[in-house]
Structures are given as structure tokens and as C-alpha cells.
Write a protein that binds this ligand. Structure first.
Ligand code: NDP
Ligand code: MG
Length: 382
């Protein structure tokens, strides 16, 4: 029996993690956490019997406690509660499936408490990779990627010497607006941007995929996970999402990982690594599969990707500014308070305006996040 804790159990990754748990029957979920969806949390409590459940929203936590008064479960809330769920003694692995920088503190706490991390929450690594990776090494903690591209790379590197990597070929679907130019994107509405061609995901990452900011975040995520330079990470558009990423080695050999687009595969791989388990679902049919095509990304239209490379190369506080500006802008766009193209405009503006800090501490990262939000609020009056 493996014991896990899931931060973000009611989201797209959290729900699919529980699907994997349900199918395998040898994982115990000892803690779960979510923002406010207490209806689903109640169902999850009754099915999976966690001993700690965190609801970020305090009022909702109280409501949930009443609903599950007949269950043997401790309901906690806020950051303290999230940390408790992340560090629960029984858990060996913490699945970080919350969205955004809120994941930084619980991830660090989990590592310090000796938990391996099945990492979906890329924003945490993008902003605090310089803290998390050395901390994980020091504590002998595995950071197991859940993001499909990074899981693919991780699988391609099995048995290989990482010093022999020439480059990482990070694949991208190109999102719903592949092939469009800037002028075509001026009037994009929330509904248009929420239609991803290949993957069903949470709202924020779906918008990020449409702007290619997601790929930019993934470039930075890959840098931290695989200890390569930005020159060694090349984004390749592969619209069918069949190749989940590739690694080219010094001798020119390229190893790729392929499969149908199903997040349960990388989730299950992270939970059972290095073991592979049966996973129900579709299989690639190479006789029926007509095309696997490739394109270079259009970095001029999808400026978010070039800004991400710039942020990553500058390092220090700049990836935090990039990420925080994007989190704020995407939430404003989802609330229909700004136009689509303003998302990258806001990122670029904040990257220019916020002063640089080298090697920021967690407190400084959170301070930069607030400064970035304030910069957007004062410049755009939103
Ligand atoms: P969702 O929006 O679907 O889910 C987010 C989860 O986080 C929900 O359970 C939500 O709870 C919870 N949450 C939000 N705020 C808080 C908070 N303050 N405290 C505790 N829990 C909170 O996101 P996804 O599952 O799509 O994405 C999660 C992470 O995984 C992101 O970082 C994303 O980039 C990454 N990822 C996702 C992929 C996917 O296929 N979805 C693929 C690769 C990476 P509630 O429901 O109550 O709001
Ligand atoms: Mg991905």
C-alpha cells in the first residue's frame, strides 16, 4: 500500500489522480485539499476516507465539517491547513495539483517533511525552482513530473546519462489558435480560448495553452527538472499531441515517448515510478494514425513563449514576474475584464517594470507576486 496526499483533488489533475487510485486499489489517499468545491470533497471523503481534508476557504471548511460530521476526518483550512495536508505523516508522495504559486509553500514543506513530489503544479517550479531543486537533492527527494511533456522526457531519460543530453525537444500542440496571426487574435473571447484541440484541462492552463504561455512555463519547468540550459530546450509544434516530447543525445540519437493524450499515464507513472502498470484506455494505432507533423512555433504571434525564454534566461525574480503577471492577467481575462491580447501585454510590461532581484527567497517571491499584481492594478485600473 502506498500513501499519498493530493493538493488540488477536485481539479482536472486531482480527479484523474483519484481515477488512477480507484483503478489500482493499492494506494491510500491520506489527505486531500481543494479551494472551495466542498460538494466534490464530500464525495471524495466518503469514497477514499482521507484523515485530513483542507478547504482553503474557511467558511466552506466549516460547512464541510458539518456535512461530514459522521466521518472520521479532520477538516482544516487556509495555508496552515494546506501545509498540514502536505506534510501528513503517513504520506510518501504528495501530488501537487493546485493551480498557481499557492503551491510554493506546501511543496517546500512536503519536501522538508521527506515526501516525494508528483509535480503537476508547474508554477511552483518556475518561480521557486532555485529553492526547490537543491532542497529536494539535499533531502533525497524525488521530483516526479506529472506534466505530460516532462514525464515523457523523464521516461526518455530512463537508463541514460543526463550529461549526454544534447537537447530536449519539448513538443506543443500549438493550441486552438495555431496558424493564426496577431490581428486574428484581437477579438478572441473566453469561450474560444477554452476550446483546446487535444486535452481537457483546468481553465487557467487551457488559456495558457492557447497563448503558448503554458509552453513557456514548461520550458522553465524543463530547465529545473533536467538541469539543462535554455539553449538546450527547443519547442517543436506537433499538432496531433502524439509525441509527448523527445530527447536528442550527443551522438544524434533521438528518443521519443508517444501515446494517446491521457494525463492518467503520466500521473500513474509518477505514482508508481519506476514500475509500469496496466492503464485502461486507448492505444495508438499506427496503421490508422495518418500524420505526425511538425512545425516551428510562431514566437512572434505567440509572444508569451519568447517572453518566457527571456524570463528564464534572465533568471532571478523575472520568472516570478512572468508567472505572476500571467496568473493575474488570465484571471482578469476569464472574468472578461481584459482583452485576450492584453495577457501578454501585461506580462511584457511587468517584466520591464519590476526591479530585478537575484536568487529571491520564498518571502521575496511572494512579495514580487504582490508587486506584480499591484503594477497591473495601477496601470490598467483593474
Ligand atoms: P484545475 O483548475 O482543474 O484544479 C485546480 C485545483 O486546485 C482544484 O482542486 C482547486 O480546488 C484547487 N485549488 C485552487 N486554489 C486552491 C487553494 N487556494 N488551496 C487549495 N486548493 C486550491 O487545475 P488543473 O488540474 O488543470 O491544473 C493543476 C496544476 O497542474 C496546474 O499547475 C497546471 O498547470 C498543471 N497541469 C495540468 C494539466 C491538466 O491536464 N489539467 C496538465 C499538466 C499540468 P477547487 O476545485 O475547490 O477550486
Ligand atoms: Mg504539458
Amino acid at each position: 500500500m502506498r500513501n499519498i496526499s493530493i493538493l488540488g483533488s477536485t481539479g482536472s489533475i486531482g480527479i484523474q489522480t483519484l481515477d488512477v487510485v480507484r483503478a489500482n486499489k493499492d494506494i491510500h489517499v491520506c489527505a486531500i485539499a481543494a479551494g472551495s468545491n466542498i460538494q466534490l470533497l464530500e464525495k471524495q471523503i466518503r469514497e477514499f476516507h482521507p484523515s485530513i481534508v483542507c478547504v482553503w476557504n474557511e467558511e466552506k471548511a466549516k460547512e464541510l465539517a458539518v456535512c461530514v460530521a459522521d466521518c472520521k476526518v479532520k477538516i482544516v483550512s487556509g495555508m496552515e491547513g494546506l501545509m498540514e495536508a502536505a506534510t501528513i505523516q503517513e504520506a510518501e508522495i504528495v501530488v501537487t495539483a493546485v493551480v498557481g504559486m499557492i503551491g510554493i509553500r506546501p511543496t517546500i514543506a512536503a519536501i522538508k517533511a521527506g515526501k516525494h513530489i508528483a509535480l503537476a503544479n508547474k508554477e511552483t517550479l518556475v518561480t521557486a525552482g532555485h529553492i526547490i531543486m537543491p532542497l529536494a537533492k539535499e533531502n533525497h527527494i524525488k521530483i516526479l513530473p506529472v506534466d505530460s511533456e516532462h514525464s515523457a522526457i523523464f521516461q526518455c531519460l530512463n537508463g541514460e546519462n543526463r550529461a549526454e543530453i544534447d537537447k530536449i525537444l519539448l513538443t506543443a500542440s500549438g493550441g486552438p489558435f495555431r496558424g493564426k496571426k496577431k490581428e486574428d487574435l484581437a477579438n478572441i473571447q473566453v469561450e474560444d480560448a477554452l476550446k483546446h484541440p487535444n486535452w481537457a484541462m483546468g481553465r487557467k492552463i487551457t488559456i495558457d495553452s492557447s497563448t503558448m504561455v503554458n509552453k513557456g512555463l514548461e520550458v522553465m519547468e524543463a530547465k529545473w527538472l533536467f538541469d539543462v540550459s535554455f539553449d538546450q530546450i527547443q519547442v517543436v509544434v506537433q499538432p496531433q499531441s502524439v509525441i509527448h516530447s523527445m530527447v536528442q543525445f550527443m551522438d544524434g540519437a533521438v528518443i521519443a515517448q508517444l501515446g494517446t493524450p491521457d494525463m492518467k499515464l503520466p500521473i500513474q507513472y509518477a505514482l508508481y515510478y519506476p514500475e509500469r502498470r496496466f492503464l485502461a484506455g486507448g492505444r495508438l494505432d499506427f496503421a490508422a494514425l495518418k500524420d505526425i507533423t511538425f512545425e516551428a512555433p510562431d514566437m512572434e504571434t505567440f509572444e508569451g513563449l519568447s517572453l518566457a525564454y527571456e524570463a528564464g534566461r534572465k533568471g532571478g525574480s523575472v520568472p516570478t514576474v512572468f508567472n505572476a503577471a500571467n496568473e493575474k492577467a488570465v484571471s482578469l481575462f476569464l472574468d472578461r475584464r481584459i482583452r485576450y491580447m492584453q495577457i501578454t501585454e501585461m506580462i511584457a510590461y511587468c517584466m520591464q517594470q519590476i526591479p530585478f532581484i537575484d536568487n529571491p527567497s520564498v518571502e521575496e517571491i511572494l512579495q514580487i507576486e504582490r508587486m506584480t499584481y499591484e503594477k497591473i492594478e495601477s496601470r490598467w485600473g483593474v
